[in-house]
Design a protein around this ligand. Structure first.
Ligand SMILES: [Zn+2]
Length: 245
């Protein structure tokens, strides 16, 4: 072990990202900074015909994923609750960007297994862009971080294919489904500086942190679908175990 690395481990011993329990080096590298106890209690969404990777807990029951939102198929890896909800909130509102790595790697780990079993591999990853005002306030787009670490996990490149052209209100502040839909309608367009046409007919992953009504995903997918791309919507989390979508 290099001296710097050794020193690093003495001064900053590896701890679980979720409960701060001390980790052994082996567990740390294999399970991405989460202790076995936290890993086994993560709120994984079940998926009927696609079992989880070997190091993930057994899924609980069947469900109808991927869902269809308009013309886009969407899947979420976790329920938006427990440690995952906490991690997403810290990522979005407390500046804890390391949770982007954690969530991206976990999401990628499950997705990779599903992709292997399906036999088809996407040609690119596109993060849903944040509004300019929110990007300035937060300093980063959490979907960019998820995309970056998902990319490292599944070996697929991230491309800036779309841009946001409308500063929308927070979807969570909208009161009805209609308001949510209208809020994001026409909010995205193709990035004129990117050769999107080169991806015509190929499958692209469109990623966001949380999926609620699905309208943002749908609005962002629209220009890409109009350009002839096949999209798979992916969210780190969605819904809760008790309140299904
Ligand atoms: Zn833990």
């Amino acid at each position: 072990m290099a001296f710097n690395h050794l020193l690093d481990r003495i001064i900053f011993p590896p701890c679980c990202y979720l409960c701060s329990r001390l980790l052994s080096g082996q567990v740390r590298s294999h399970l991405r900074n989460i202790c076995p106890q936290c890993l086994s209690s993560l709120p994984f969404r079940p998926k009927s015909n696609l079992p989880p990777p070997d190091d993930m807990p057994v899924l609980l029951e069947e469900e109808r994923a991927p869902w269809k939102f308009g013309k886009i198929s969407v899947q979420a890896i976790f329920y938006y609750e427990g440690a995952i909800r906490e991690a997403i909130l810290r990522l979005k509102f407390s500046g804890c960007t390391e949770y982007g790595r954690l969530l991206g790697a976990l999401t990628g780990s499950v997705l990779k297994d599903r992709l292997r079993k399906s036999g088809s591999w996407p040609a690119g990853i596109v993060p849903i862009p944040l509004s300019e005002a929110r990007l300035l306030r937060r300093g980063y787009n959490q979907a960019d971080l998820l995309a970056k670490h998902l990319s490292e996990e599944i070996g697929v490149e991230v491309f800036p294919m779309v841009r946001r052209i409308k500063d929308t209100e927070r979807q969570s502040e909208m009161h009805s489904r209609e308001e949510r839909q209208n809020n994001v309608n026409g909010a995205f367009e193709l990035n004129p500086d990117f050769p999107v046409e080169a991806f015509r007919g190929r499958e692209i992953i469109l990623i966001d942190d949380v999926l609620t009504s699905g309208f943002t995903m749908q609005a962002c997918a629209k220009p890409l679908q109009q350009a002839g791309l096949n999209l798979l919507g992916l969210a780190a989390a969605s819904g809760s175990m008790n309140k299904r979508l």
